[in-house]
Design a protein around this ligand. Sequence first.
Ligand code: DOR
Ligand code: ZN
Ligand code: ZN
Length: 359
Amino acid sequence: MSSLVRLPGLVDVHVHLREPGGEHKETFATGTAAALAGGVTAVLAMPNTSPPLVDEATFAEAERRARAEARCDYGLFLGATHENAGFPLRLQRRAAGLKIYVNETFGPLRVEELPAVLEHLRQWRGPGPVAVHAEGLMVPALVALATITGARVHFCHVSRAAEIAVIRAAKARGLPVTCEVTPHHLWLTEEDLPRLGPYGHMRPPLATRADREALWANLDVVDCIATDHAPHTRAEKEGPSPPPGVPGLETMLPLLLTAVHEGRLTLGRLVELTHSRPRAIFGLPAQPNTWVEVDLEAEWVLPEQGWFTKVDWSPFAGMRVRGRVIRTVLRGTVAYEEGKVLAPPGFGKNVREERSEET
Ligand code: DOR
Ligand code: ZN
Ligand code: ZN
């Protein structure tokens, strides 16, 4: 009996690829290599770069670089500031979505004042949703603002029991909200901090065991699993003020397949969480002839190094997993196979580009 299975290419709606300004951590070329090795065929990249993507000029420069360098398909978020509500519609259409950071995070992008958040929600037309980094009381605050404005709000990396309870209640009332959870919040807790040290520092922070169990128990109201792939170098992590964030593109699928093996998730639900719902929420085009071939029975230990991400470490190193990516095929071309990334820089397409040749 073969243990090889084909899944649709994963769509990761939350990655940090660090261009421009953070090329020592990751680039479009290295981050998308990591994606393909992890069975991810489309990534949506966050705007907290340096400079951040907050207007036509900064956005166009990132588009130009991604077009030349990305190996898998990609979209780029625009970032909200206190001043830039009301982007030209043409620019909104080129973006994966609008990202608003209402809580503290890596980099200077932040919108803490209510009038500015409200204005962004009023003026955003899509086609992508407004993705928010909101923690604690900011979750119900943003649910209220979504209700008032009618804006589609997508909650990034929900990590706590009370937050997922609020989202469950909001959805039960039919409010226009969706959410994602990350593998690190599903697999790690604050109890791992003594072992991980600065490598376990991220925003939102690792939570309690009860929080983690609440995410699993409420997985039926979760729309997507997304990595929040947020690479920082070992030197930065071990320096005097470690930046928050962990890489995750290459470990998400092995971890999820392990959950399938353990009976905590079905393969069908895995596909919904990593492919169908992300595509529907962000209005992404189909990727014809695109799949990832996995060996469901392969057992291996996630290594300390040897990853494609430029920072070459993983907070999951040492974990025994069941399930491995053998091959990733993107639009009919083998893009990754048995340890080798074959898709060259520039192979990736922008998900917001017109594709007259495809249905
Ligand atoms: O841990 C995090 N890292 N959380 C964020 O919100 C930002 C991210 C980053 O860019 O490093
Ligand atoms: Zn965030
Ligand atoms: Zn993030």
